[in-house]
Design a protein around this ligand. Structure first.
Ligand SMILES: *Cc1c(COP(=O)(O)O)cnc(C)c1O
Length: 231
């Protein structure tokens, strides 16, 4: 019989290192008691490995793709919270509306309105973050910083949505510049909208993101190893 626990030992070690790095950065740059959540990003990762991370205390999973999530959801340990972090087409909101606790990738009024419509229909209020394309990259989704204010105003007016903060995937280089700009945007709107969540930081920049005020880091490869898209 295969000992599943032993085969996922690398996840134990990876998580230990991530927690240590976050604690180090938090001690240096943050106030005592600041909470920084670790999200395990599960794309391409088999449910058994995801569940192993949950058994180690990871209580938040991040899903990118609607179809992949649907195919894996039944196998997940239900004790972890699941949030959606990928680009979301309006016609797919219906598949996730009642199974995720937050949608982090709201980047248009159209998408916000569709989430609102289905939330109201299902008798729930969906927590959301607005995704900002802080680097202005063509290839990335997210709203342009200049258009953020209008989106926030619209999102906060919808009764089926509860606006919690901002999310970003900054460009891979010049991290300090872009993480700093996100922190400024967050701080500018936080008082007006009672933000409590700044979702930023991935495998290559999570310690830096903690320096710039992140409250939630999203980690895939740093926890589970390189992604294998052929599996
Ligand atoms: C894949 C992904 C991550 C995690 O990226 P890693 O570099 O593997 O840590 C975080 N956020 C989003 C939105 C992603 O798509």
């Amino acid at each position: 019989m295969i000992n599943m626990d032993a085969s996922f030992g690398y996840i134990d070690e990876n998580l230990r290192i991530i927690r240590e790095n976050i604690a180090d950065a938090a001690e240096k740059y943050r106030s005592p008691g600041d909470r920084i959540r670790i999200m395990a990003v599960t794309k391409t990762v088999p449910p058994e490995a995801v569940n192993h991370a949950v058994s180690l205390g990871v209580d938040l999973l991040g899903e990118n793709r609607v179809q992949e999530y649907q195919s894996k959801a039944d196998a997940y340990d239900k004790s972890a919270e699941v949030q959606f972090i990928g680009h979301l087409q309006t016609n797919k909101v219906k598949y996730i509306i009642s199974s995720v606790s937050m949608i982090q990738s709201v980047d248009s009024i159209r998408l916000a309105q569709e989430i609102d419509r289905l939330a109201v229909k299902n008798g729930l209020v969906m927590d959301v973050l607005c995704e900002v394309n802080i680097g202005g990259e063509e290839s990335k989704s997210g709203i342009a910083p200049a258009e953020l204010e209008g989106l926030l105003k619209e999102v906060s007016s919808l009764e089926g949505l509860r606006l919690r903060g901002l999310m970003t995937i900054p460009p891979p280089s010049d991290s300090d510049v872009f993480l700093g700009r996100m922190q400024e945007l967050y701080n500018r709107f936080a008082p007006e909208y009672s933000f409590d969540t700044l979702s930023m930081g991935m495998t290559h920049d999570y310690a830096q993101a903690v320096k710039y005020g992140s409250t939630l880091v999203r980690i895939g490869t740093g926890l589970f190893g390189a992604r294998n898209y052929n599996k």
